[in-house]
Design a protein around this ligand. Structure first.
Ligand SMILES: Nc1nc2c(ncn2[C@@H]2O[C@H](COP(=O)(O)OP(=O)(O)OP(=O)(O)O)[C@@H](O)[C@H]2O)c(=O)[nH]1
Ligand SMILES: [Zn+2]
Length: 555
């Protein structure tokens, strides 16, 4: 970590406000002194007698059997019908598991309330000017974290469900403490002013990759601190880059593009040739081929970062121009009521949603990203598994060709002395999911595949043509410290507008080259151009652009 980042991350320059400091110190002291049981932990936290934290709570009165009326943030009353009996002091609605509690306690806490006895969230001040003032994100229901957790939801996005499966089978201790030795990033993604700006970053935790280091005191005190970002280095190998080098469009420079080592391959091939020769199975010519040097192509040097979503709910609501209350209610309803605390804990502003995140691939020096004198190329790519990985023709899209074009341009930019970035978002099928996507394909192939109807078919089935909501996408660019984009490899007006509106100028846009558009994808491209996507060409009659129907395809 660089000196500037360490200073910012540790918050040495800016002392914490006294109230926060006292509360934090009290909680930490208690956690440190806590020896064993949950009961003694509860007693100790209760004895701290800290005041209720939410202004809403004082207006509640006593919980009743029929539920309690919590004022929603937009003013309308919402009912949380979970409380079982009246009480002077709010208690966690809970049930007692008669059997099958597994590794958990018999008493199941269904939800919690602000100001409830024993509930003292570690302060989390989104956008605060140092990591110490900002505070860690704690979402865990780990025995030492439940009473101090300050985020709703669970770590690892959708993979939290797999962790639950492992716990249910007794394969993982729910209170397992991770060992973070040697897991720190090998390259520095360093602090920049956007980390302190709660309007610039609302959907990821800018300290996510540094959490085990900058929040070590919490971890040492027993709190379940987890990174939501990890950074590493790798070589990636793509057959398209082998081809680009063979065709002369890409050069091997020994730094970004390196030759794939062939020693071990040649050794294996020689061994295989010997074996075949011993069995006298092969003719002399093929033995000769096996012995000769094999061109294994090239590999690309990358630094990469995996990011899980961490949502600051007021900031997310503001981005979409809705109230926080409406956002919370909708998240609660559309996840099958999975997170009651969205409604009961208005004091908790952070939510870890059960969705996929993104991966950043960086070609060239990471420190060039925030150096405005260096050229920067960017491709924002939304997942299309069928095309990206399997090259499916039914996808009738330009996804993989555009991704490969983006990677090649990013690499070339790094070779010219700049930096290239490709960001891969898990937003399959325009974030409608693959099931919906295939239904759309079927409807297109059966009902006449033409550009005029391209978006309408999706809308007919899904109710909306796109749910990627690019408004949150630029957060990762601000986390990286991008100040301007020289070359944007995308035709999307939505991606362009979201980036520019977030304060990052785009100097030049590149559409997918004509020769990379697969035969069936003209429908998609023309529909997009007509809908406002960037292109140097224009389309006059959309109904004339038609794709293949199933009858035209060989099965
Ligand atoms: N639901 C649905 N999703 C699609 C379809 N075709 C592509 N996608 C998805 O759309 C996303 C890619 O978007 P595209 O429309 O190809 O392009 P874009 O990202 O908007 O713009 P560019 O940056 O110019 O590529 C991926 O998530 C694909 O899985 C389709 O017919 N139906
Ligand atoms: Zn696709």
């Amino acid at each position: 970590m660089c000196a500037q980042c360490t200073t910012k991350a540790n918050g040495a320059a800016q002392p914490q406000p006294p109230a926060t400091e006292q509360l934090l110190a009290a909680i930490l002291t208690e956690l440190q002194s806590m020896k064993a049981t949950q009961a003694s932990f509860e007693q100790k936290l209760e004895s701290l007698a800290l005041p209720p934290t939410s202004p809403h709570f004082s207006a509640l009165g006593s919980p009743s059997t029929s539920g309690i009326n919590l004022p929603a943030l937009d003013g309308s009353p919402i009912i949380t019908p979970f409380v079982s009996k009246p009480s002077e002091t709010p208690k966690s609605p809970s049930i007692v598991a008669k059997k099958d509690a597994g590794p958990y306690s018999q008493r199941v806490i269904l939800t919690t309330y602000p100001g409830q006895v024993g509930i003292h969230p570690i302060p989390l001040k989104w956008g605060a000017p140092s990591s110490a003032e900002r505070g860690p994100v704690v979402a865990s229901r780990h025995v030492n974290s439940l009473k101090v957790r300050n985020a709703i939801g669970a770590h690892s996005g959708s993979y939290s469900i797999y962790r639950a499966l492992a716990a249910a089978q007794g394969l993982i201790d729910p209170n397992h403490r991770p060992d973070y030795t040697n897991t720190e990033p090998p390259v520095d993604i360093t602090w920049n002013p956007s980390w302190d700006d709660k309007t610039k970053i609302v959907s990821i935790d800018p300290y996510g990759h540094l959490a085990p280091q900058v929040f070590k005191s919490f971890f040492d005190a027993g709190v379940d601190i987890r990174p939501t970002i990890s950074v590493t280095k790798a070589h990636i190998k793509l057959i398209d880059m082998d081809e680009a080098v063979r065709s002369g469009s890409l050069e091997v420079d020994g730094k970004i593009v390196v030759k794939t080592p062939t020693e071990w391959i040649n050794a294996n091939r020689a061994a295989s040739a010997e074996a075949k020769s011993a069995r006298a199975e092969d003719d002399a010519a093929s033995k000769q081929t096996l012995y000769s040097n094999f061109d294994a192509g090239v590999e690309l040097n990358v630094s990469k970062a995996a990011l899980e979503p961490v949502w600051y709910l007021p900031g997310i609501a503001e981005r979409f121009g809705i109230t926080e209350g409406a956002l919370r209610r909708s998240l609660f309803e559309d996840t099958g009521g999975m997170y009651p605390e969205l409604l009961t804990r208005h004091d908790l502003k952070t939510f870890l949603p059960p969705i996929g995140g993104m991966t950043v691939y960086i070609f060239g020096p990471v420190e060039y990203i925030h150096d405005e004198t260096k050229e920067l190329t960017l491709r924002i790519h939304d997942e299309c598994n069928g095309s990206d990985v399997f090259g499916s023709d039914i996808c009738t899209c330009t996804c993989r060709p555009y991704l490969i074009f983006g990677i090649e341009e990013a690499v070339k930019c790094a070779q010219r002395g700049g930096v290239g970035i490709v960001i891969y978002f898990r937003k399959e099928g325009r974030a409608l999911g693959e099931v919906t996507k295939y239904l759309v394909y079927n409807a297109r192939k059966r009902g006449g595949d033409n550009a005029a109807d391209y978006f309408r078919r999706t809308e007919d089935i899904a109710g909306v043509k796109d749910m990627r909501f690019q408004a949150l996408m630029p957060d990762v660019l601000h986390w990286l410290g991008i100040k301007k984009i020289d070359n944007m490899i995308s035709m999307s007006d939505l991606k362009h507008d979201a980036i520019v509106n977030s304060g990052i100028p785009i100097h030049k846009r590149y559409e997918i080259p004509e020769d990379l558009i697969p035969p069936d994808s003209r429908v998609e491209i023309d529909a997009k151009i007509a809908a406002g996507y960037f292109s140097t060409t224009s389309v006059t009659d959309l109904s004339k652009t038609a794709g293949r129907l199933w009858e035209d395809l060989q099965h």
